[in-house]
Design a binder for this molecule. Sequence first.
Ligand code: SF4
Ligand code: SF4
Ligand code: SF4
Length: 180
Amino acid sequence: MKRFAQTINIIDATKLLSYLSQIEVPVMVSAMEIYMLLPKTNCKKCGLPTCMAFAVGLLGREKKVDECPPLIEEKKYEAKLKKLREVMAPIEKASETGLIIHPEKCFGCGNCVVACPVNVAAEPTRTAVGLGPEGEKVILRVEDGVVVVNNLKECKRFGPNKTLCNACTATCPSKAIEFV
Ligand code: SF4
Ligand code: SF4
Ligand code: SF4
C-alpha cells in the first residue's frame, strides 16, 4: 500500500490523461438505449412479454437480435436493426468470465486502480483523483506492491449488464492483467 501511494504521487495529470486516451472507450449502452431501437410494440413474438424485457435479455446476452421477428422482417425497422447490431457487437464480443493478475509482471504502479470506472465511481474523492482507494467497494487495489482483485462481480466486463470495458488492461504498462 505504501509503495502504491508513493507511485500515485508521481503520476501527473498529463501522464494520466495520456493513459486514459489509449483506453478503448467502454460501451456503456443501457437497456433503455437498446429498447429505443426495438419496435416497441410488445407483440411477444420473441417469447417475452415486452420489448423492454427483450432489451434486458439482449443486454444480458440471454437473447439475440435475430429473435425479434418484426425487427428482422419489416423494412420499416431496417435502420434500427442496423444500429442495434452495431450497439450489440461489443457486448457480444465480451466472452470472458474472469480476470487474472500475473503478480510477477505487476509492479504496483496503480494505473489500473485509478482507471477502473467502478473504482472511480466507488471512491470519487480518492481513485477518481489518482489516490489509492480506502473502501471495500473497489475492484482493483494495490497491496504490498501488487494489484489484487476484489468484488469481481462488480466488473463491467462480466455479469448481466456487461460492456466491453478494458480500462485496466489498457492502462497496464506490463500486461499484468488478463481477461480469461
Ligand atoms: S418480438 Fe420484438 S417487437 Fe415483439 S415484443 Fe419481442 S422485442 Fe418487442
Ligand atoms: S474491466 Fe473491470 S476491473 Fe477492468 S477497468 Fe473495467 S470494470 Fe474495472
Ligand atoms: S496490474 Fe499493471 S497497471 Fe495495475 S498496478 Fe500492476 S503494473 Fe500497474
